[in-house]
Design a protein around this ligand. Structure first.
Ligand code: PGA
Length: 256
């Protein structure tokens, strides 16, 4: 179990209407009072942010956007700016989710610009990285993680560990029901810390939080959170159900 307070983040993807998000947030605020040992963060779709913020605004539960554009404003139809996220009450944003990388073909150059924009705007970042199945099978997982981290964080002198969280999400485990084994996840998390220590000599990697994502459920959360270096979860499918989401948080609580 990590000494860092676990983050239990819900990535709803393109699910839940604003009203459904509002109801979920209401239920969560009641249940979260009994779970002070974890940091909850909800990532609704852009259209749901305002409604969910209405519920969360006076609570310790975080709110974030699932994506943003790197420009401040302008002619970018369908996009959302950092300023818009902040105006909707977000403190966080996810950058580089595998669906953004692989379905929407976001490049590392774009992701680097997004990270810079988010941090400059005062948003905290969950930067997602992870290898494809063929990359794991070819034995190049570490290489892929290093390539992504190096490219997405290029140009930064130091890594602000209080404002960037890394989510290791093996692409083959996302939405597939196939979860990484605790050994696989533990090894990848150690690699992430080692890579970042190499890239940022001043980094105190023990302060960095690295989340695991990919088919996390209440049935596998306990074995994963027990691995040193796993500081919480970015949860897709299982975060849509309030009972399942809260159960994962209960299993992840820091022992008093
Ligand atoms: P999943 O998604 O939990 O549905 O596998 C995780 C994610 O994409 O962040």
């Amino acid at each position: 179990m990590s000494i860092r307070k676990p983050i239990i983040a819900a990535n709803w993807k393109m699910n839940k209407t604003p009203q459904e998000g509002y109801q979920f947030a209401r239920q969560l605020t009641a249940k979260a009072l009994n779970l002070p040992g974890v940091q909850f963060i909800l990532f609704p779709s852009a259209t749901g942010l305002d409604h969910v913020h209405e519920v969360l605004k006076d609570t310790a539960i975080g709110l974030g956007g699932q994506n943003l554009h790197s420009a401040e404003e302008g002619a970018y139809t369908g996009e959302t700016s950092a300023g818009m996220l902040k105006a909707c009450g977000c403190q966080w944003v996810i950058i580089g989710h595998s669906e953004r990388r692989h379905i929407f073909h976001e490049s590392d150059d774009e992701l680097r610009a997004k990270v810079a924009t988010a941090l400059n705007a005062g948003l905290k970042v969950v930067l997602c990285i992870g290898e494809l199945l063929e990359e794991r099978e070819a034995g190049s997982t570490r290489e892929v993680l290093e390539r992504q981290l190096r490219a997405d964080l290029d140009g930064m002198d130091a890594l602000p560990v209080d404002r960037i969280v890394i989510a290791y999400e093996p692409v083959w485990a996302i939405g597939t029901g196939v979860v990484a084994t605790p050994e696989q996840a533990g090894e990848a998390h150690a690699q992430v810390r080692a890579i970042l220590e190499g890239l940022f000599p001043t980094l105190n990697a023990s302060e960095l939080r690295v989340l695991y994502g990919g088919s996390v459920k209440s049935s596998n959360a306990a074995s994963l959170i027990g691995i040193p270096g796993i500081d919480g979860f970015l949860i897709g499918g299982a975060s849509l159900d309030i009972d399942e989401y809260v159960k994962i948080a209960e299993l992840s609580q820091l022992e008093a």
